[in-house]
Write a protein that binds this ligand. Structure first.
Ligand code: FRU
Length: 335
């Protein structure tokens, strides 16, 4: 049952439409097979698919939005029963949650893993048990699953790098000290956001990047890392954090040290109630849209269950959000 309020439902619907509209597909190797005329309907009539969704945590607002969007979509589908488990940010619990889905013989499983090394084996086990697995956002270290769906973190890292170069003086002339705060180092999004960023800023002789700390995507860790960095670094021009909560935590630490006005803070996610609001308030200089992939995951699972082919990788788009376009972006979500 979905118990979200009407404005939230409206926002959720708007985001579903927006994200669905923006989706583009990469590595599309196969096309959906045509339906037998009328046959599928009769066969599927009355059938309810039980789909398990293992979410790594729900304490972070991006994850909470991810769940809300997915649950709202599932509630609209009479042929779907969605079973949601929250691993509470613990790999062992997520492995156990996946094992329970295997034992309960789910028709399909959606998983958004906490990290790659610890979740790879159980994803492979579910696949071996004949259950189609759709991996969402953070990838695992195998291709033995049906489909992966998420943002292009390498490109988002590059986009953040291009923004940093621009605000620090432009290509070939950029000057400044950047402090980077990592998301969970064992997760591919953090690695890609790091690599993409360095690919761009690494070309600038006048830019130096410091910081090699794992903030595990958490605001309070962003705060603590920044508090320490400020003590040893008399000059920081820009903070690049791998998500908005850590960028905001870093901003709060700088504010407490009365240095927030000297530093530009850049994050990733751009959800309305966090990153976009912080950009609107002038606390973050920029953030990048990172669409929650749950709705696409559910659609892919249903296609597979109905015998259609889905591409092995589906990439969701991004967009730079700054003070210049945040209002227009937020208004576009409400349409
Ligand atoms: C939420 C989150 C997001 C981030 C994503 C990366 O758990 O940390 O802020 O964009 O996961 O996997």
């Amino acid at each position: 049952m979905v118990t979200t309020s009407v404005p939230v439902q409206r926002m959720v619907r708007a985001m579903v439409v927006l994200f669905a509209g923006l989706v583009f597909v990469t590595a599309c190797t196969e096309k959906p097979s045509p339906q037998p005329p009328g046959g599928e309907k009769t066969e599927a009539a009355g059938k309810q698919y039980v789909i398990g969704f293992s979410q790594c945590t729900t304490t972070e607002p991006w994850r909470a939005l991810f769940n809300r969007l997915l649950e709202a979509e599932a509630a609209r589908m009479p042929d779907v029963k969605l079973v949601v488990l929250d691993a509470q940010d613990r790999t062992e619990k997520q492995v156990a949650d996946m094992e329970s889905f295997i034992t309960r013989k789910m028709d399909a499983i959606l998983i958004s893993p906490k990290e790659a090394p610890g979740l790879t084996e159980v994803v492979e086990r579910a696949t071996r048990a004949g259950i189609p697995v759709i991996v969402l956002d953070r990838d695992v270290n195998t291709r033995n699953y049906a489909c992966w769906i998420g943002g292009d973190n390498l490109e988002i890292g590059r986009e953040a790098g291009r923004y940093a170069v621009e605000v620090l003086g432009g290509s070939g002339k950029a000057q400044g000290i950047i402090y980077e705060i990592w998301g969970g180092m064992a997760s591919p999004p953090a690695q890609d956001r790091h690599n993409g960023f360095h690919e761009i800023v690494g070309r600038e002789k006048g830019i130096k990047v410091e910081g090699n700390q794992d903030g595990d995507w958490k605001q309070e860790k962003g705060y603590n890392i920044m508090e320490t960095a400020l003590k040893t670094m008399p000059k920081i021009d820009l903070v690049y954090a791998h998500n908005d909560p850590m960028a905001f935590g870093a901003y709060l630490a700088a504010k407490d040290a009365k240095r927030e006005k000297d530093i530009k803070f850049v994050g990733i996610d751009a959800i309305p109630e966090e990153g976009c609001m912080w950009v609107k308030n002038g606390q973050l200089a920029a953030t990048f849209v990172y669409p929650p992939p749950g709705v696409e995951g559910l659609h892919a699972a249903l296609k597979i269950l109905k015998g259609e082919k889905v591409p092995p990788r589906i990439t969701l788009p991004t967009r730079r959000i700054t003070a210049a376009n945040v209002d227009e972006y937020l208004a576009s979500l409400k349409k």
